[in-house]
Design a protein around this ligand. Structure first.
Ligand SMILES: C=CC1=C(C)c2cc3[nH]c(cc4nc(cc5[nH]c(cc1n2)c(C)c5CCC(=O)O)C(CCC(=O)O)=C4C)c(C)c3C=C
Ligand SMILES: [Fe+2]
Ligand SMILES: [Fe+2]
Length: 322
C-alpha cells in the first residue's frame, strides 16, 4: 500500500488585507483548541471587537513582512514540501508529500484529497510543531479526525506527536546558531523565544512549556553554553489572562539594565519564519531592546528549508516507516 506524508502548519492569510486577515483570524479564533472560552461569551467579543479592530491593524503588520511570492509562512512551507519530496526521491523512497494548513488554504481536506488521488492508503501526519501543544498539535488531530468521519475506508495513519528533544532537531538548531555566530559574531546572551500559550492550559496538562524548556536545555548543552549565557522566554501574548512567563518583550526591556547589550535571538517553536518571527521578534522586539539601551540585536532565522531541517523531516518520516 502506498504511503504519503501530510505536512501540516498553522496557515496564514491569503493577502495582507484587512478582509483576508479577518477571514483567517475568524477561522483560527473560532477553534476551541485555541480559545476555550465558552462561545456565548467569546463570540460577541470576537465578532464585535477583536475581528473588526484587530484585522486592519494586523493586516498592516503582514504588509511589512509580505514577500513578492506571498506570505512568508506559505512560501517557506511550499519550499519545505518540495525539498522533502526531492530528498525522499533522492533516497529512493517514492512517497507523495502534501501540505495542509489548520486554517485557510490549502486546507487539510485539500491535502488529503491530493493524497487520495495519488493512491495513498497509509498516511504519516507530521504537524510542523516541534513542541506538542493543545492549541496546535491537538487541533491538527481534531481536523484529521473530522476529515476521517467522512471516509468509509479510514487509512492507516501515524501521527507525529512532537519532536522537541529529537537529536536531529537539536543539532539543526545548534548548527544554525553556530553558523550565525561565525558570520556575525557572538552576543552575550542567546535568548530562545517560544510562542506562548495561556498559563491555564499548562496548569490543565498541556506539556508545551516543559517541552520548550527541555529544547532550550538541549540546545544550550549542544552549544556548550553556561547557564548565564542563555535564557528561555515566551512571546505573542493574546488577551488578558496570564500566559507562560517570562515574557519576551519584558525581558528585552530588562536585559540592557542587567548589563546585557549584545543579544542573539532564536525562535525554536517556529519551523518556518512568519509574522511572529519576522515582525514581532526581528522588528518590534529589536526596537524594545535597543530603546532600553541594547547595542546589537540579531534574530537567527527559523530552520525553514535548510538542509539540516529537511534531513530532520526525512528522519521523522523514516522512523515512522520503520
Ligand atoms: C489566541 C490564542 C493563541 C494561541 C493559544 C496560539 C498558540 C500558538 N500559535 C503558534 C504559531 C503561530 N501563531 C501565529 C499567529 C497568531 N497566533 C495567534 C493566537 C494564538 N496562538 C494569533 C491571533 C495570530 C495571528 C496574528 C495576530 O493576530 O497576532 C503564527 C503566524 C501566522 C502567519 O501568518 O505568519 C504562527 C506560526 C504556536 C506554535 C502556538 C502554540 C504553541
Ligand atoms: Fe462566532
Ligand atoms: Fe499563534
Amino acid at each position: 500500500m502506498k504511503t504519503g506524508v501530510l505536512l501540516v502548519n498553522l496557515g496564514t492569510p491569503t493577502a495582507p488585507t484587512a478582509k483576508a486577515v479577518k477571514s483567517f483570524l475568524s477561522q483560527f479564533l473560532h477553534d476551541h483548541r485555541v480559545v476555550d472560552v465558552p462561545r456565548m461569551l467569546w463570540c460577541p467579543l470576537l465578532h464585535g471587537v477583536i475581528l473588526p479592530f484587530r484585522s486592519p491593524k494586523v493586516a498592516r503588520l503582514y504588509q511589512s513582512v509580505w514577500w513578492p511570492e506571498g506570505s512568508p509562512l506559505m512560501v517557506i512551507s511550499r519550499r519545505q514540501q518540495a525539498a522533502l519530496s526531492e530528498a525522499l526521491d533522492r533516497a529512493g523512497i517514492r512517497m507523495p508529500v502534501a501540505l495542509g494548513m489548520s486554517y485557510g488554504e490549502p486546507s487539510m481536506a485539500t491535502a488529503w484529497e491530493e493524497l487520495k488521488a495519488a493512491g495513498v492508503g497509509r498516511v504519516i501526519i507530521l504537524p510542523l510543531y516541534p513542541q506538542y501543544s493543545v492549541s496546535t498539535t491537538a487541533s491538527v488531530f481534531d481536523s484529521w479526525a473530522r476529515l476521517m468521519k467522512k471516509e468509509r475506508l479510514v487509512p492507516a495513519f501515524r501521527f507525529i506527536h512532537d519532536y522537541h528533544d529529537h537529536s536531529g532537531y537539536i543539532q539543526a538548531l545548534a548548527d544554525s546558531v553556530r553558523a550565525h555566530w561565525e558570520l556575525h559574531g557572538r552576543g552575550e546572551l542567546l535568548l530562545l523565544s517560544y510562542h506562548g500559550i495561556p498559563q491555564r492550559y499548562q496548569d490543565e496538562g498541556d506539556p508545551y512549556g516543559l517541552q520548550c524548556h527541555r529544547t532550550s536545555e538541549l540546545v544550550a548543552a549542544q552549544l556548550g553554553l553556561e547557564r548565564h549565557q542563555w535564557r528561555t522566554t515566551f512571546q505573542s501574548r493574546f488577551g488578558r489572562e496570564p500566559w507562560l512567563q517570562p515574557y519576551t518583550d519584558g525581558t528585552m526591556q530588562a536585559l540592557p539594565g542587567e548589563g546585557i547589550k549584545r543579544l542573539d535571538v532564536i525562535c525554536p517553536a517556529f519551523s518556518a519564519d512568519c509574522l511572529e518571527t519576522l515582525e514581532e521578534i526581528a522588528e518590534q522586539n529589536r526596537s524594545l531592546f535597543l530603546a532600553a539601551g541594547g547595542e546589537s540585536y540579531h534574530y537567527i532565522a527559523a530552520l525553514n528549508d535548510s538542509p539540516g531541517h529537511i534531513q530532520l523531516l526525512m528522519d521523522l518520516v523514516c522512523r515512522e516507516l520503520a
